[in-house]
Design a protein around this ligand. Sequence first.
Ligand code: ZN
Length: 84
Amino acid sequence: MKCILEVEESEELIVGYGARALSPHTAAAFERHMHVCDACREAGEMQKAVWAALDQWRDLVLSLSFDRAASASERQLTRAAQSR
Ligand SMILES: [Zn+2]
């Protein structure tokens, strides 16, 4: 197999691999290629790291907005209790 990085759509392929957006067939072909190609293995691992970081960031944002929503409803409850 020719190195994927030398093909024009390589960027889409590697980004798609990181995003798990490739068809199973394409993903399998890319994985087979990564076993024999250092450059693609490196690129694939970097993409995976980027998406792992994005996942962590999303979790962080979700937990922050949850905390904010929780403390906002806590304040509302306190206010409701005080106005009684
Ligand atoms: Zn390659």
